[in-house]
Design a protein. Structure first.
Length: 254
């Protein structure tokens, strides 16, 4: 497998290599687009979704230099058969029907967000580093005494019948399903896709927290609707070139 922006050139390379077209991995250009340096690794993940023990995979990339890696699939591939990879992420996509919104999302047609758009939502890098497990990994805590999970990480158990102190272990929420407990649509918040939708979600197994909602519209959101966590871009600081990311709740589509 190797990336390629042009289908004819991609096929011509395969012909010169003497490769059977059935041996080539889809470049994902028609379903995902040009992902740049991540392209060969995404193709590798897609190939591993259908791989069987004993299969041989050659991954090649090029750009500012070139790399080639050769892998042979082992029996351990069966342990990751149910993992969400490329196919499920593509199946969970939400089509964007508005070209105007596409232009706004890409900042090709800048929007006036008003006074509220001037409020800074940037996360200080020092705080982000200190709390990277909580912010970037969506890791909370679980009480060792009563088993109550909570987010963000706390020293004191939130269970009123427990109240244990400093008896917590790390507990990951990023892979947990959840349902919407309550929500609101905010037309006053600065947003290029108003209204801003956010609310509280209840996690399977316990835990409740506030999240922005994404990949949905206000009419489709309902109390009790199943959602899952997705790691998305939250803001872009143009002068410094910093892209801020955080977790959002999205409807389950796949």
């Amino acid at each position: 497998m190797y990336p390629g922006l042009y289908a004819r050139e991609h096929g011509a390379i395969a012909k010169r290599l003497g490769a059977d077209p059935a041996q080539l991995q889809d470049t994902l250009l028609s379903t995902v687009g040009d992902t740049g340096s991540a392209s060969p690794l995404m193709m590798l993940v897609a190939a591993l979704e259908d791989a069987k023990p004993g299969d041989k995979i050659l991954v090649a990339s090029f750009g500012n230099g070139g790399d080639a890696m050769f892998f042979q699939v082992t029996e351990k591939i069966k342990n990751v058969a149910d993992k969400r990879a490329v196919k499920k992420h593509v199946a969970a996509k939400k089509d964007l029907a508005s070209y105007e919104k596409y232009l706004a999302f890409r900042n090709l047609a800048p929007m006036d967000l008003g006074m509220r758009g001037e409020i800074s939502i940037k996360t200080p890098m020092s705080a982000l580093f200190r709390e990277r497990k909580v912010i970037l990994s969506l890791c909370g805590s679980k009480c060792k005494k009563c088993g109550t999970p909570q987010y963000p990480y706390q020293r004191v158990c939130v269970n009123p019948d427990c109240g244990a102190i400093d008896q917590m272990e790390d507990y990951r929420f990023s892979d947990k399903k959840a349902v919407i407990f309550t929500y609101t649509g905010d037309n006053l918040a600065a947003s290029i896709d108003p209204p801003s939708i956010y609310g509280l979600v209840d996690f399977d197994g316990g835990g409740r927290f506030w999240f922005d909602f994404t990949d949905c519209d206000l009419d489709s959101v309902k109390v009790g609707m199943p959602v899952e966590m997705t790691f998305r871009r939250r803001y872009v600081d143009e002068p410094s070139g910093v892209h801020g990311y955080s977790w959002k709740a999205a409807p389950i589509r796949a």
